[in-house]
Design a binder for this molecule. Sequence first.
Ligand code: MRU
Length: 365
Amino acid sequence: MKVRHKGRLEPYKTVSFDPTRNAVLLIDQRLLPHRFEVVAILNYRATARAIKDMVVRGAGAIGATAGFGLAQGARAFRGANLERFDAHCAMVFRTLKEARPTAIDPVNAMNGVLAAMAAGDTVEAKKALALSAAEEFAWNDVKHCREIGERGVPLIKPGMRILTHCNAGWLAFVDIGSATAPLYAAHSRGIKFHVFCDETRPRCQGASLTAWELAQEGISHQVIADNAAGFLMWRGEIDLVIVGSDRVLGRTGEVANKIGTYTKALLAKRHGIPFYVAIPFSTIDWEMHGGRDIPIEERSEEEVCGAWGVDSNGQHTYVRIANPTSGARNPGFDVTPPDLITGIITPRGIFKPRELWKNRTKLKC
Ligand code: MRU
């Protein structure tokens, strides 16, 4: 996507790799929308930290970052001993996987990198294969998001008011986004519509990231408090909901996504509003048997007890909101059952959630 930065409109990717410095390059999302900065992450441990601390976030983006992180770790290995190299790569894999547990994309990305490396018979050959497989995951992420846009664009009718939750935009992927892909495709065809961005407490990815993206693209939008969506639905002011996901169970059609998604799906059902989930192939978990097995990340209390922003001097700062002596619960994700979901928008078309399994050959990249 193009970003206006230092007076120039230039294309950026959320995640990329610099082979010369063996560095993962990330847009630092913690600073947006107030500051735009690309940071170079120089080793795999720092890459895992960047995922954990949400320098980079969003299922596809952390998938691509983990893929590059595994290649980065492999390329940093010194020596030619294959057994030691494999043990080293297994440790890099674990470190990156543990950074954030809910999204399946990092695991799918790294499994792809490991599978490609298996074809090499020297350490040097495996290193080269690791990097090209990580690059391929990142290209596919963009390609699949573009295809989601083509599949989803017929849903966007002129004048529609569309609700989205959190950020499943280009910042959550390498480019384009999943939930935003049909929106960007419709916008490029000259279709006029309006987007409501749930602010998405506690970290406010809707207010800070989705709103920033839509503003960059010149798409009409407003931020709403998370609690406002039900009222707007009741008043007939929302026509469609599109969200992303961090893990969709291929066997059951259950959808893990940012906390608050389940509530919005229930509200949409109550008001007869279509509720869609947009995902690339890397977000599908074909192994897990039930939504209760999805590891739901619990994040720190400080996210709920306060908020980040900039002060009047432009300084990035945290302010405490909650009563100083109170604690908080902070599950980062919830699970939406298939009966609340109208359809899953994929690069191969729109499927009923319970039809993913029987279409699995089509849906494996
Ligand atoms: O905690 P985050 O910001 O990494 O959560 C990911 C998300 O933004 C959402 O859950 C999103 O809707 C799916 S990611 C494509």
